[in-house]
Design a protein around this ligand. Structure first.
Ligand SMILES: Nc1ncnc2c1ncn2[C@@H]1O[C@H](COP(=O)(O)OP(=O)(O)OP(=O)(O)O)[C@@H](O)[C@H]1O
Ligand SMILES: [Mg+2]
Length: 196
């Protein structure tokens, strides 16, 4: 399956999720972000797409399209190749409008959408965001929440999969267990959209 990860808002966790799906679950990546570092971190698995490029080749392996925090002409094409669109966002009142804009922009493609509230501080903010999204679209939308996690940030800094880090022995592995289970569950949720 192929997955588009998008939000025109920056710093919401798009590349973090892409990184964990690529390192933990065998996906390849297209980095459609001139400011991104995913292709530098994972050069064997992630191809950098030049900003001037107008078309994307259809990927032959399972691929994650990791967009930067802006609209791009290649977005429609990436979505057409994708089984699922993931929209990570930080659920605060100030940033919700940018996410609604992204949601409206991609919803017309009629592909399944998974919203991922990331680094949220309050449970209420997540339900408020869900309400706004569903009012905007007129139908229900699935959400998968990821809390702020030092373990996840460590995995990113070490350029490793949290799932792999949690397989180590000893006390350190214990610290990774919770976030590892979360990313494992995220992957399982994503797989429910395969071949829909
Ligand atoms: N749940 C989390 N817990 C801790 N740190 C996180 C979490 N999610 C993301 N981060 C960190 O927050 C920062 C921003 O995330 P990331 O780079 O993935 O956002 P992005 O949406 O790809 O941004 P851009 O729009 O610039 O491409 C990164 O340092 C990332 O490792
Ligand atoms: Mg990014």
């Amino acid at each position: 399956m192929n997955i588009t990860i998008v939000n025109f808002k920056g710093g919401v966790g798009k590349s973090m999720i892409a990184h964990q799906l690529i390192t933990g679950f065998g996906f390849y990546g297209y980095e459609i972000d001139p400011y991104g570092s995913l292709s530098d971190r994972l050069p064997e698995r992630v191809e950098r797409i030049d900003i001037q490029q107008k078309y994307l080749n259809k990927p032959s392996n399972e691929t994650i399209f990791d967009f930067g925090g802006f609209d791009d002409i290649k977005l429609d094409q990436a979505i057409s190749y994708s089984d699922l669109i993931i929209i990570p966002f930080i659920p605060t009142l100030e940033t919700i409008q940018g996410t609604v804009d992204t949601l409206v922009r991609v919803a017309s493609a009629n592909k399944p959408i998974l919203m991922v509230p990331n680094m949220s501080q309050k449970e209420n903010d997540i339900s408020d965001a869900k309400f706004v999204f569903e009012e905007t679209l007129g139908y229900e939308i699935e959400m998968f929440s990821i809390p702020m996690s030092v373990a996840l940030q460590t995995a990113i800094n070490e350029n490793s999969s949290i799932v792999e880090l949690s397989k180590q022995v000893g006390i350190k592995a214990y610290a990774y267990k919770k976030s590892s289970k979360l990313i494992y569950d995220l992957h399982a949720t994503i797989r429910e959209y395969e071949n829909l």
